[in-house]
Design a protein around this ligand. Sequence first.
Ligand SMILES: *[C@@H]1O[C@H](CO)[C@@H](O)[C@H](O)[C@H]1NC(C)=O
Ligand SMILES: *[C@@H]1O[C@H](CO)[C@@H](O)[C@H](O)[C@H]1NC(C)=O
Ligand SMILES: *[C@@H]1O[C@H](CO)[C@@H](O)[C@H](O)[C@H]1NC(C)=O
Ligand SMILES: *[C@@H]1O[C@H](CO)[C@@H](O)[C@H](O)[C@H]1NC(C)=O
Ligand SMILES: *[C@@H]1O[C@H](CO)[C@@H](O)[C@H](O)[C@H]1NC(C)=O
Ligand SMILES: *[C@@H]1O[C@H](CO)[C@@H](O)[C@H](O)[C@H]1NC(C)=O
Ligand SMILES: *[C@@H]1O[C@H](CO)[C@@H](O)[C@H](O)[C@H]1NC(C)=O
Length: 797
Amino acid sequence: MIPLIATTLLLATSALSLGNHGGARKSLSFGPKHPTAKLNVPSEQVHAASFGLEKRAHCGHDYDPKELAASFVQSLHGGGEFRIREDSYTDARTGVSHIYVRQIVNGAEVMDGDINVNIRDGQVISYGDSFYRGDTPTYAMDPSSLFEPTHDQAHHCEALSSHLTSFLATPSGQVPFNPDHPTEEDAELLAMLHSHNCPSSPLDDGEPELLVDPSVSALNFMMLAAPDAEVSAALKANYGAHLELLTVIPTESLISTSPAVEIHNVPHTTGSVKAQLAYVQTPHPEEENMTVLNLVWHLTVPMEDNAYEAFMSATRANRLISVVDWVSDAYVPIPKPGKEKNPVYNVWAWGVNDPSEGNRSLVSGYDKTASPAGWHAMPSSASPYSADKKPKVPEDDEDPIMNFTTTWGNNVFAHENLDGRNEWEFNQRPDAGSEMIFDYNYLPAKNFTGTNPREYLNLSITQLFYTANMIHDIYYRYGFDEKSGNFQQFNFGKGGKGNDAVICNAQDGSGYNNANFMTPPDGQNGKMRMYVWNTAKPWRDGDLEAGIVIHEYSHGLSTRLTGGPANSGCLGWGEAGGMGEGWGDFYATTIRSTSTYQDYAMGSWAANRPQGIRNFIYSLNMTVNPSTYKTLDEPGYWGVHAIGEVWAQILWIVENRLIKVHGFNDNLFPPEALPNGTIPEGDFYRPATYTKKGKRLPLIPKHGNTLAFQLVMDGMKLQPCRPSFFDARDAIIQADEILTGGENKCELWKGFSERGLGPDAMLKGGTPWGGGVRTDDYTLPEGICDVDDTPENGPEE
Ligand SMILES: *[C@@H]1O[C@H](CO)[C@@H](O)[C@H](O)[C@H]1NC(C)=O
Ligand SMILES: *[C@@H]1O[C@H](CO)[C@@H](O)[C@H](O)[C@H]1NC(C)=O
Ligand SMILES: *[C@@H]1O[C@H](CO)[C@@H](O)[C@H](O)[C@H]1NC(C)=O
Ligand SMILES: *[C@@H]1O[C@H](CO)[C@@H](O)[C@H](O)[C@H]1NC(C)=O
Ligand SMILES: *[C@@H]1O[C@H](CO)[C@@H](O)[C@H](O)[C@H]1NC(C)=O
Ligand SMILES: *[C@@H]1O[C@H](CO)[C@@H](O)[C@H](O)[C@H]1NC(C)=O
Ligand SMILES: *[C@@H]1O[C@H](CO)[C@@H](O)[C@H](O)[C@H]1NC(C)=O
């Protein structure tokens, strides 16, 4: 067994966690680059009136935002077909409508043909556009015309191999490559080599076929996704026998007219695989900014440790074009209803990152605005044990509010999972009885060999339940609500899809030294798995480090907010996937920080390692944390965690600039709503301002840290699917424009520029899996700052 050292201890959505025996949860996420998908801010006004739309009151808007989005998309793409997605919504706080548009070609969805149109006051204020722009292929009638090679195969293989080689050569304490225990990056690279039919592929590199049978696609995908090489080899050895066992049943799709099937008996799945013909784009081999369409089988593959959304070429049986890992789970189960009483928890209270930072205390209370039914109640119909009934707003006793005395509630189901199983419904939860006092002993090992976290299991579950609920509440208050896709069983009739509280596994036995979060689309439960850290001496329990829980939950936040609640495929890989990691570190660090500035490490308590689990600790000091945009070019910055730490570092700089200007608030929670629903300003918001008609404008957080918290979240809603660093930066700057009229433009740009993300920062030659050559820019856009245009402390050239 190879020694596991700290640089491989990565918090992950799509990562390998390091398994019981040093083995790994394999996870694949990669796909092509989308040259046209950037955040565009129209230079001229794009108003509904310019499309001849009629003014008509529509849910508080003068114009119907969906109608405007449709006209706008038509103006961009002529007569092309598209549909407005159901998960489009108008943000209650900012009044910005986020309309998601999906391209359709030949009746099939272009799965990465997305436009997010952001609309305010009858105007398109920004949009991202990754629609396919070339000629419509003739599919179905003549599939043979689809054989044009979409990748330069030799180039791909060469580039992939050299990435692998350079990665393996990385010094900096990486675990040496071991094919039996590949690291996350190794596994992904190897899988890509396989999927592009490169020489090391275990699969036969056959001739292009007409239309690949979907069961062949499913089985070939499973050979790539199989938990380990042995399983994969066994599949290959018995390929014919496996194939014979598969049954394919045609199904109907509500949204697309293209053929869809369900495939049963696919090995290593936990349910049927869904397959539908669709398109996915890959870069055009010659023309810059153009793509070609690939006919694919869009597979949804449920597995024990993964839930994949995969796109297998429907014309080349072995080619996996892109894949994202998110997991969904079925449920069945049985919580115990009890009497309602204000619950109390003996925990490390909000803001205490871990046991080294403070002692436990008895706390109670939840945010009534975010969790109107508290943390332990929901209508009977919304509780999974009666999941066959649809949730509804309770009107009478037919659907009573159930009060639970365990760590079971509307936002979070928390329980032990020592055995590392997929099932969770009947796992043990502490029961506080009618007194509702969750008070359990903490019995940490006193010596180096201690391996005892399970001796305080009830405390761990309580802490996880508490922290996850607090995160639900605080994110809610900054705008991660029902409509934008938050995680709740019951949505109180406020829009979005329910039935998706976060399933939280404490001390999950499926791994060590890690944690992960799986985010399926809105309406399906998120799942957080927290692990014990056995590299720490004595062993430590990740459940007790709030930063890790916040990091994980934030995957759910960023995935649901980027590209719309129903699209879980927007932060799969590359810079987008990296930022998916970075936002979690940013919020974890922001939540623990105090009015006295300090540098912070991630995961430092759980790993028992002062430097934590990232390359650098988060710091304003260039010597302590030298990360800039260009750092992403360096060896070792291929994986999403390293990319994420650069993004989190940049946001940390930006936030601290806002703190310098606007000061610091010790309390990140906005005041609760008054009985009439109005949120009072308190000492949290600036005095409210009103339109001429007397309508209250969105409240602006008064302090730098709360403002940064808000702008970063608002930015996620504005940015397009698969955003780059540039898109996410521009979205935050537009969020400020929307909230404050752009008063922080100068400070924001100074922050981004300080770490190389100025207006002329560039990326040349990026590949689908990352890479490329970046140029830092430490300048500021012209005329953006009144006084002084030179950043204060960018590095010397
Ligand atoms: C491709 O797009 C980039 C960025 O939008 C632009 O700078 C470049 O000129 C475009 N290239 C072509 C050939 O259109
Ligand atoms: C916890 O409480 C003990 C006893 O009151 C005190 O000595 C210790 O410093 C506290 N620990 C922290 C991390 O605050
Ligand atoms: C749960 O508590 C609520 C309010 O606290 C109460 O109205 C309701 O009747 C309780 N439900 C049950 C099943 O006791
Ligand atoms: C944990 O809680 C459960 C349910 O309340 C209880 O049965 C069990 O004895 C508790 N375990 C410990 C070690 O206190
Ligand atoms: C270390 O602590 C554990 C309990 O946490 C105990 O079982 C074990 O005997 C201790 N070992 C030594 C050498 O004291
Ligand atoms: C930055 O960190 C370095 C290394 O710890 C230290 O020597 C230097 O004084 C720090 N600079 C500032 C401005 O704090
Ligand atoms: C809500 O109540 C507060 C305090 O009583 C009052 O100042 C405010 O005007 C009310 N708002 C509305 C919209 O009625």
